[in-house]
Design a protein. Structure first.
Length: 367
């Protein structure tokens, strides 16, 4: 006998709140990012995106507008926000002798995402438009991470409640208790996600001219930046492992070369380390890694040199990955202007070999 009893948690009481941070961007004409609409099998998920419009012709004007118009959360001003209210229900089946089991468990996630939107003026600088489009993609990826945590919790509720059995008088209370524990655990995971990504900064959500990708020659007087697109001097190699497997081992590959990742762009699958060294990088003399002859007769080993090492991954096949390594470097001779150095390709090759070793990838193509 089927007992038509359902228990549904309100969206407010089962709310998973994820605040998205720091500066992010979006072009009004940009197509919807498909990562926002992905949900696990069996989860009834829906993502709605709303926008608040910002205006400006400079980085500073856009930042000021987002700071003024963005959501205000817990006394702070943010540029975006994600809420993932969740509801659940089930069908209760009698098993006889006062016993019941749960069937047809249904969990719905209604992700609600708020983003800034900018329509570039006709005379907008091309670099500003490019930077805005890059950041909306980075922010959407970060937002999707929050949505995915909620969706994963929804899937866990389904798995935990389906087939649950016990006394009919107690089973609904038990089921709701189990679901609430999962929701609480997911809320903690949301907080860890923001802490680990620095509210998306490590995923590329910082906004401003200093973060724009370098596409021309290196300017010795300018800042060094994480390079997502390849540039002259990039060393390329191939791995026989999926991109996700290589991405997980990037930190290990950097560490084996005396580097520590301090910048990432998960949208472009780029990671980098910026540091200033003198004489050596680990056990290797700088002169073996760099040609700083433009700085005069002074050897690179005797100079303060700022480095930004970037590794970027691209899918080659479903089971193969292309690795692109680039080293930017600027020497700072005493009492003289800074000078761009040329990489000898040694560090780039070592990074590739380290990543191949870390992923247990058989030899395919060595740079």
């Amino acid at each position: 006998m089927t007992i038509a009893r359902q228990r549904r948690r309100s969206s407010r009481s089962a709310l998973l709140l994820a605040t998205i941070v720091l500066v992010a961007t979006g072009c009004a004409s940009a197509p919807r990012n498909p990562v926002l609409d992905k949900y696990p099998a069996g989860v009834n998920g829906r993502t709605s995106v709303t926008y608040y419009d910002v205006h400006g012709r400079t980085f500073a004007e856009l930042r000021a507008d987002m700071r003024r118009l963005g959501p205000k959360i817990a006394g702070g001003s943010f540029v975006g926000e994600t809420r993932s209210p969740m509801t659940w229900s089930w069908r209760t089946e009698s098993t006889g002798a006062g016993g019941c089991s749960l069937d047809a468990v249904r969990v719905t996630v209604n992700a609600q995402i708020l983003l800034p939107r900018w329509t570039p003026p006709a005379d907008a600088d091309a670099s500003l438009v490019t930077e805005w489009n890059r950041f909306i993609a980075a922010l959407e990826a970060h937002e999707a991470g929050h949505k995915d945590i909620s969706a994963k919790a929804a899937r866990e509720i389904i798995e935990q409640l389906h087939g649950m059995h016990g006394l009919c008088s107690q089973i609904s209370t038990r089921a709701n208790d189990v679901a609430r524990v999962i929701v609480d655990r997911a809320r903690e995971e949301q907080q860890r996600y923001d802490a680990e990504t620095q509210h998306g900064v490590r995923q590329g959500t910082g906004f401003g001219p200093a973060n724009a990708r370098v596409v021309r020659g290196l300017d010795a007087t300018g800042p060094l930046t994480l390079l997502a697109p390849p540039r002259p001097g990039t060393i390329r190699g191939s791995l026989s492992v999926p991109l996700d497997s290589a991405w997980r081992m990037m930190e290990t590959a950097f560490a084996s070369n005396g580097l520590a990742i301090n910048a990432t762009d998960s949208v472009a699958h780029a990671a980098g380390d910026s540091l200033t060294v003198r004489g050596r990088l680990g056990e290797t003399p700088l002169g073996e890694l760099l040609d700083c002859s433009a700085a005069g007769s002074t050897n690179a080993d005797a100079l303060d040199v700022t480095l930004f090492v970037t590794s970027r991954l691209e899918p080659r096949t479903p089971s193969g990955t292309v690795v692109l390594n680039t080293v930017q470097s600027i020497a700072r001779p005493p009492n003289a202007p800074p000078v761009a150095c040329r990489s000898r390709g040694v560090l780039e090759r070592r990074l590739f070999q380290a990543l191949r070793t870390a992923t247990n990838s058989p030899p395919t193509s060595t740079p």
